[in-house]
Design a protein around this ligand. Structure first.
Ligand SMILES: [Zn+2]
Length: 399
């Protein structure tokens, strides 16, 4: 038996007065007790004056990609061995930062599924989409799954299901990282996208749509997707998310992952943006920092409208989004106006629920997997403490 004791604790929903002692046997939590609980003889105890909480969940990662400029595109030309090496390094970085569950929303050749199924001790749990589905020449086409017609989309869903994916990822609009894709339009007509959603739902698979544009978001909503990634709101006027759209997304129960978690301390060291991004910035007259400031306002508005927000990062996709930035995505919610406990719940139990693993991880409760994080400081008064991990345990194993 193993015990983690800390002066402050958050159980996935609320702060526990006076801290807690969490007892672990094998892979599981077997007890959540007061901080002074006398542990059984022979139980190894680690104590902290910081905060004990469930490990974080990054709801949007690309484990195949190392966040260097152009790294996601490069995956298209990497060997399986190179891809596996990248996945291993990404998982190590995630675990080192207290991320105990990663939802991968775009790999190549289903390589992440092997890691998911091997359950290597101390390695984060994986929820995997396999290669994202996109139009020919569309966003992330280089990851290897293109489908244009309803028939091709149904076949793509069937192939993904046969390979054992946990969720379907489809590209409903263009993306920053793929030159030549349409950042303002939609990649699929509504009826075509709906055929993918129906095929997935028939197989009990949820559908997450990548959408930056208002047109892409509207098509995804009309097609009945379960979640929308990015949700930027690009249109010719800039970045606009109307109250009406937010109300409809809330009413439909569609989860939104605004993919925040950017490490802005790196902004000064960034290389010049790729040409398609520079074009977009110029076309919209965007000031990058003003754009991100607007995002904080918009995500606060999502909360006001009752939209359920899942804090993913899109880690690995670009230099500001390193693997392990999930803690930044949670503290970003606080900057957006979320109370600290609500932001932490979104990044632990809420994200675990969204990823379909909320019955095994994301909470300090007996019977749950011992996916635990201890950080240096009291998160309740100092949310940035979340970025100072002291101890990480995944399925009962110290990382
Ligand atoms: Zn992504």
């Amino acid at each position: 038996m193993l015990a983690l004791r800390a002066s402050h604790a958050f159980d996935g929903a609320r702060f526990l007065e006076g801290g807690a002692t969490v007892l672990v046997e094998g892979e599981r939590i077997v007890g959540v007790e007061p901080v002074g609980f006398p542990v059984p003889d022979g139980c190894e105890v680690s104590s902290s004056r910081g905060t004990l909480l469930p490990g974080l969940v990054d709801a949007h990662a690309h484990l195949v990609s190392d966040a260097q400029p152009g790294s996601l595109e490069r995956v298209g030309t990497m060997t399986p061995e190179e891809i596996d090496g990248e996945i291993e390094r990404s998982l190590a970085a995630q675990a080192a930062h207290g991320v105990t569950t990663v939802r991968d929303l775009g790999d190549r050749d289903y390589r992440t599924l092997g890691f998911r199924d091997r359950r290597v001790p101390g390695q984060a749990r994986i929820v995997a989409a396999g290669p994202p589905i996109t139009i020919p020449g569309g966003h992330c086409h280089y990851l290897g799954c293109v489908a244009a017609t309803p028939e091709e989309l149904r076949q793509a869903v069937a192939d993904h299901d046969e390979r054992g994916v946990d969720v379907i990822k489809v590209m409903a609009s263009g993306g920053f990282l793929t030159p030549g894709t349409d950042m303002f339009g939609a990649q699929y007509e509504v009826d075509v996208l709906r055929s993918l959603v129906e095929a997935a739902h028939d197989r009990s698979l949820q559908v997450l749509a990548h959408a930056h544009s208002v047109a892409g978001i509207e098509h995804a909503v009309a097609a009945g997707v379960d979640g929308i990634e990015h949700f930027t709101g690009f249109c010719e006027q800039g970045s606009v998310l109307s109250d009406d759209l937010l109300d409809r997304v809330a009413a439909a129960g569609i989860l939104v992952d605004p993919t925040m978690g950017n490490d802005f301390s790196l902004v000064g060291q960034l290389p010049p943006p790729p040409p398609q991004v520079a074009d977009l910035i110029e076309r919209l007259g965007l000031d990058i920092m003003a754009f991100f400031a607007q995002r904080y306002v918009d995500v606060g508005r999502m909360r006001d409208h009752g939209v359920s927000v899942v804090p993913g990062v899109d880690s690995g996709a670009m230099p500001l989004k390193a693997h392990g930035n999930a803690w930044i995505a949670v503290t970003d919610l606080v900057r957006c106006g979320y109370p600290v406990d609500e932001a932490l719940a979104a990044g632990t139990s809420g994200a675990a629920d969204a990823c379909g693993v909320g019955d095994v991880t994301g909470r300090l409760a007996a019977g749950y997997d011992a996916d635990l994080l201890v950080v240096d400081g009291d998160i309740e008064s100092d949310p940035a403490a979340l970025g100072r991990p002291q101890t990480v345990v995944i399925r009962g194993r110290h990382v």
